[in-house]
Design a binder for this molecule. Structure first.
Ligand code: NAP
Length: 260
């Protein structure tokens, strides 16, 4: 007997899968418990998975996630829609391997006032209203003055998401590190920054500073918050982990191939 919750998209395919999975679990004496589940199933895509992670942010150590993708294979999801029977068999009768993914911790600061936030895919500072200056420090060492639309920080799991769209490197499974990728950096004689994505070690402390981040937004996964009053943003890997129950190995190359 296990406590479960299903977080599903509202389209017809997802609804059908939701009903089938729920019936099978009820028939095996599982209990639906939205407040305190042991297993959370997501039906939709990697985006649906992210929503479920943020919903249970304060209970992550007690939850294993299992994802079904209704499109192609995802990075957080292991089963496609037509594999629902296989998923039910695996969940009822197999022991999974647990993959734990560390989330990013983002701290925004204005003087002594601090706010802590978490992201699985990435944290990015973006200003589409005016050129944003960002002084970049890594482990207290000054790297550069960046000017442009913003900077994105991701780890391995988020490297295939927004990071990939701005020409960041895809980091294969097993590679640890934090990647900083420029968003529309300005590069000319008077303004220079690294220009290429930079991958630093996973225990690095990345700090972005400026006198003002007025009009800039901090986007973290599908969420966002204004940086209007902030002067400093720190990003590092946290000890908060998202646990994915993997019932069968799926090659990373296969996942990548299904992306494009
Ligand atoms: P969303 O609609 O939930 O997701 C946008 C796209 O990003 C979807 O196709 C989603 O895949 C895919 N995605 C999410 N996480 C991924 C990962 N780890 N690897 C590969 N693809 C991934 O959009 P949202 O609610 O605005 O934001 C959620 C996430 O989407 C963000 O964290 C960001 O990384 C990503 N995003 C990407 C872009 C871009 O590439 N230009 C723009 C906006 C947002 P599914 O179809 O499987 O859900």
């Amino acid at each position: 007997m296990k406590r479960f919750y299903i977080s599903a998209k509202t389209d017809e395919i997802s609804k059908g899968l939701n009903n089938k999975l729920k019936d099978a679990l009820f028939n095996n004496d599982w209990i639906e418990d939205e407040k305190s589940p042991e297993i959370v199933f997501t039906i939709g895509g990697d985006g649906t998975f992210l929503h479920a992670v943020h919903k249970y942010l304060n209970q992550l150590s007690k939850i294993n996630f299992v994802g079904i993708h209704t499109g192609t294979l995802g990075f957080y999801t292991d089963y496609e829609a037509e594999e629902i029977d296989q998923l039910i068999q695996d969940v009822l009768f197999k022991q999974p391997k647990i993959e734990a993914i560390r989330m990013l911790k983002i701290e925004t600061k204005n003087g002594k006032l601090k706010k802590g936030l978490y992201a699985l895919n990435e944290a990015r500072i973006e200003n589409i209203i005016k050129t944003q200056t960002i002084h970049v420090y890594i482990n207290d060492e000054y790297l550069e003055m960046f000017r442009g639309n913003g900077l994105c920080v991701s780890a391995q799991a988020g490297s295939t998401a927004y990071n990939r769209s701005i020409n960041g490197a895809v980091m294969s499974m097993g590679i640890e590190g934090l990647q900083i990728t420029e968003i529309s950096g300005i590069h000319h004689r008077a303004s220079r920054s690294l220009g290429s994505p930079l991958i630093v070690s996973s225990n690095s402390n990345i700090v972005f500073k400026n006198d003002t981040f007025s009009n800039a937004v901090l986007c973290y996964d599908y969420k966002h918050t204004s940086l209007d009053e902030m002067t400093e943003i720190t990003i590092k890997l946290s000890n908060k982990k998202v646990k994915i129950a993997r019932f069968r190995p799926t090659s990373y190359i296969r996942r990548l191939q299904s992306l494009f």
